[in-house]
Write a protein that binds this ligand. Structure first.
Ligand SMILES: [Zn+2]
Length: 276
């Protein structure tokens, strides 16, 4: 079944008075193959038809990291989290939004004394994001949300994305998916009072809800592993110990609640971007 059928259903329910608004109506309970909103899983035919037919109005460019997440979470955690939020938000707005291939290495020099972290220099990272936006513009994309999922990328993106938009002559905006979380939301759902933090209650809850196979619980036993680590900065070591303690507060239900809030907020953000 293709999109016109669903649009017809919205129309027949009297929800399609404004054709454009109907295009942006949430998919709700209607099933959409999750693959359909991922650029890298699409064929060129699918993408061409979506953009040339006018159904596709915006792209999300997720930016994450490949960095240590204490002993118990996978290095791909931030990239996997932001891509999930992007995909779920795009599904709510199907077929108006697609997700571009995530930038899966971010700016993480602060974690280089933990083994395994990959880090791009600020200029390299920004050049990659810019080139992806430029590629999308070349194919007719006029609105892009750079959706970030890693703390080290925040300030460089905020600084540079307005300039990218000016240079490319299209709408490009940026947010981190946790911009969805007001202090009240964090207080209500996080016992530690912290989100996003780093491999603490929030990220561990998110992983429990979204990809539990990436959690290695034996790593939460921080006292046991502490002597094996060689962390030079004492403040950084103390913070890590605090997050390891807080990871024990995580639950699947907290993760589900926080993911739901981020997905709805991101979909709303995109709706504004498309209608602007
Ligand atoms: Zn993280």
């Amino acid at each position: 079944m293709t999109h016109p059928t669903r649009r017809a259903i919205f129309g027949s329910l009297g929800m399609g008075l404004n054709a454009f608004a109907a295009d942006l109506a949430p998919a709700g309970n209607t099933y959409v193959d999750p693959r359909k909103v991922l650029l890298w899983e699409s064929t060129r035919k699918e993408f061409r038809e979506a953009i040339e037919g006018g159904a596709l109005k915006a792209l999300i460019v997720p930016t994450g990291s490949t960095e240590q997440h204490n002993e118990h979470l996978a290095m791909i955690n931030d990239t996997a989290s932001v891509t999930l939020v992007a995909q779920q938000a795009a599904l709510l707005l199907y077929p108006a939004v697609m997700v571009a291939t995530p930038v899966s290495v971010g700016i993480s020099p602060h974690w280089m004394d933990r083994k395994g972290t990959l880090s791009l220099k600020k200029e390299t990272f920004l050049a990659v994001v810019f080139d992806i936006c430029e590629s999308l513009r070349a194919h007719g994309v006029k609105r892009i949300l750079v959706l970030n999922g890693h703390g080290g990328n925040v300030a460089p993106l905020r600084e540079s994305v307005p300039e990218f938009a000016r240079k490319l002559g299209i709408r490009i905006e940026t947010n981190s998916y946790w911009d969805a979380y007001t202090p009240e939301i964090i207080k209500r759902h996080m016992q530690s009072g912290k989100a996003p933090g780093h491999a603490g209650e929030f990220e561990t809850s998110f992983a429990m809800a979204a990809f539990p196979e990436r959690i290695h619980w034996e790593g939460v036993d921080y006292a046991r592993i502490k002597p094996l680590l060689h962390i030079n900065d004492p403040a950084s070591a103390a913070q890590e110990e605090e997050f390891a303690r807080e990871a024990k507060l995580a639950s699947t239900a907290k993760g589900e609640a926080m993911i739901g809030i981020a997905v709805k907020w991101t979909a709303e953000r995109l709706r504004q971007l498309i209608l602007a």
